[in-house]
Design a protein around this ligand. Structure first.
Ligand code: DC
Length: 235
């Protein structure tokens, strides 16, 4: 018999937050498979909105225009075995949203409070029943402050930059050549924006276990995280 936690859910919400390149997606996908939960990547929603702004020739720095865009936009996340399929107004944009122009615009779009409120409300609805691993920047602080399990995954900027570079380099859809230094610079700029924005800045949530993966192997991170889940949530 499964027990309801203080949140009233019988299945947990596992919140994974942290900066870009820390390994959140790999960890979230692993935990979702391991425990049979849905894996929801909230960054993909910010990316999809930014893509729509680009395609509509809208200024992503214009808070009012972005708030208005939210009201005219439908974003769906479909968890699959290989990550999330992302539908923007019904169209599959899963690959396009990984391009560099969308990455940069998503970071800028995500500073606006009305955009964040819109995203948070949808993400709360998606995870309300529990049984989800939700990954992003503000899951433990704003989306599910009552999450049964909270992990803040971090790593030194150089390590994250290198991981991100290898990801970008293997992304065949990208046309322009990229250098590791450029990826690191862009990532640091995004980090700074994520950590210093007024509306839910990136920071470890109250009660989060902070995992610094700088000197950890992937297996160590996965095993340690499984232990954290088991310690915080018992069926
Ligand atoms: O995780 P990602 O790189 O796909 O996220 C894209 C951008 O969206 C990133 O710059 C920060 C923002 N984001 C956010 O502000 N809150 C989230 N929960 C997820 C992503």
């Amino acid at each position: 018999m499964e027990q309801a936690s203080s949140s009233g859910r019988t299945r947990p919400v596992i919140a994974i937050d942290g900066p870009a390149g820390a390994g959140k997606s790999t960890l979230a996908a692993h935990l979702a498979r391991r425990f049979g939960f849905l894996n929801l990547e909230t960054g993909a929603m910010y990316r999809a909105l930014a893509l729509k702004a680009i395609e509509s020739d809208l200024d992503v720095d214009d808070a009012a225009a972005m708030a208005d865009l939210c009201r005219r936009t439908k974003i769906a996340l479909e968890p699959t075995r290989d990550g999330n399929r992302v539908l923007l107004d019904g169209l599959d944009v899963s690959r396009r949203i990984r391009d560099a122009d969308v990455t940069a615009s998503a970071s800028r779009a995500s500073v606006h409070a009305p955009v964040r409120e819109w995203m948070v409300a949808q993400q709360q609805a998606l995870g309300a029943a529990g049984g989800v691993v939700m990954e992003g920047r503000d899951i433990g602080t704003a989306v599910f402050p009552d999450a049964e399990v909270k992990i803040f995954l971090d790593a030194a900027p150089e390590v994250r930059g290198n991981r991100r570079f290898r990801q970008v380099a293997s992304h065949v859809h990208e046309t322009a050549p990229v250098t590791e230094a450029a990826v690191l610079d862009e990532m640091k700029a995004r980090d700074l924006r994520d950590r210093s924005r007024e509306s839910s800045p990136l920071r470890p949530a109250e009660g989060a276990v902070v995992l610094d993966s700088t000197a950890m192997s992937l297996d160590e991170v996965l095993l340690r995280s499984e232990e954290i889940v088991r310690a915080r949530w018992t069926k």
